[in-house]
Design a protein around this ligand. Structure first.
Ligand SMILES: [Zn+2]
Length: 331
């Protein structure tokens, strides 16, 4: 299709009708080009008819009854030249449109071009579904006074919003949102994209603000999240979730537990059945699985490896990184 248009454009330029003073093209030739255009279905019929009418009015009509005075030879030649330019412009425009369509049809020609439907078809995640954004006013309005508490000492500029896709255990695709620290935004985005592309199940990924920043409610709903500002108890140091430098995945099935004064604490409280890590159940994180491996590869530590407590849902940046990025936050 594209070649046909290039041929038509070449026909006009090649004849010297556009650039040369000698206008040799005839109305018959223009009509033939119109027919070519129509036969290739490259322009809608209405446009062709419009051009035909223009041609008829300006070049062929010598009707003495017409209000328009008869055209002299010089005027006809100028009109022919004008029509030639118009026809050439149409040819070039349609040629460009054809080029654009050809590009759209080729998924490898532009990362921006593919849609979510394309992504589902070939199993690849589309760029526009996985992105990082600064905390816009709109996003900030959602977190202010909730995860971004009134006493939040972390600058808003240090946070990033992630938009991703994730799949639940049945393979249903969901949109996911997460707010993390700027230092790990790209890593977390890459991890979540790879989990999605490999069908690793994540049930829910909403901002904790949708639970009024209540961790227990979020965990009971098996929500995966990161940023929720808080200080480490009885200190002015910010916790790793408070810095957006820790990520919790599939929280109901991967609970936190610790024994304090002989009493076992479980968070969420409804996660108790999943403390038995030898049992088999959906959404369970285990050493060596894809989720575990990806976070470890990207420099995170897993709370399931701790000895004084277990936090099976939890991946965090090591203390050395906190010291590097937030030295004032270290004891
Ligand atoms: Zn955590």
């Amino acid at each position: 299709m594209l070649h046909a248009w290039h041929f038509v454009a070449w026909l006009f330029v090649g004849r010297g009708t556009l650039l040369g003073a000698d206008t040799t093209i005839t109305a018959k030739q223009i009509t033939r080009v119109y027919e070519m255009v129509r036969s290739h279905h490259l322009v809608d019929t209405r446009s062709i008819e419009l051009l035909r009418k223009t041609e008829a009015n300006h070049m062929l009509s010598h009707d003495p009854c017409s209000a328009r005075p008869p055209l002299g030879k010089g005027t006809i030649m100028k009109t022919k030249k004008f029509l030639t330019i118009v026809a050439l412009a149409i040819c070039m425009t349609l040629g460009l449109v054809a080029c654009g369509r050809a590009s759209d049809a080729n998924p490898s020609s532009g990362a921006e071009g593919s849609s979510q439907a394309d992504a589902s078809a070939d199993g690849e995640a589309a760029t526009e579904d996985f992105y990082i954004s600064e905390i816009t006013d709109e996003i900030f309005a959602r977190i202010k006074g909730k995860s971004f508490k009134d006493d939040c000492t972390l600058p808003r500029e240090d946070l990033r919003y992630l938009h991703v896709l994730h799949k639940d255990i049945d393979g249903n695709v969901h949109e996911g949102e997460m707010i993390v620290n700027k230092h790990i935004a790209q890593d977390v985005l890459d991890i979540l994209r790879e989990l999605y592309e490999n069908d690793y199940p994540i049930e829910r990924m909403k901002l904790v603000d949708e639970y009024d920043a209540d961790d227990e409610l979020s965990m009971e709903d098996n929500n995966s999240s990161s940023f929720n500002f808080r200080f480490i108890s009885h200190t002015t140091r910010i916790s790793k979730h408070g810095l957006g430098l820790a990520v919790d995945i599939n929280t109901l099935y991967n609970p936190y537990t610790k024994v304090v004064d002989g009493e076992r604490i479980i968070e969420p409280i409804t996660g108790e059945p999943y403390l038995d890590r030898d049992a088999s159940f959906d959404y369970k994180i285990e050493p060596g699985d894809l989720c575990y491996n990806l976070f470890i590869e990207h420099g995170f530590e897993w709370g399931g490896n701790w000895t004084d407590r277990k936090d099976y849902q939890h991946f965090e940046m090591p203390d050395e990184k906190i010291a590097e990025w937030y030295p004032e936050n270290v004891e």
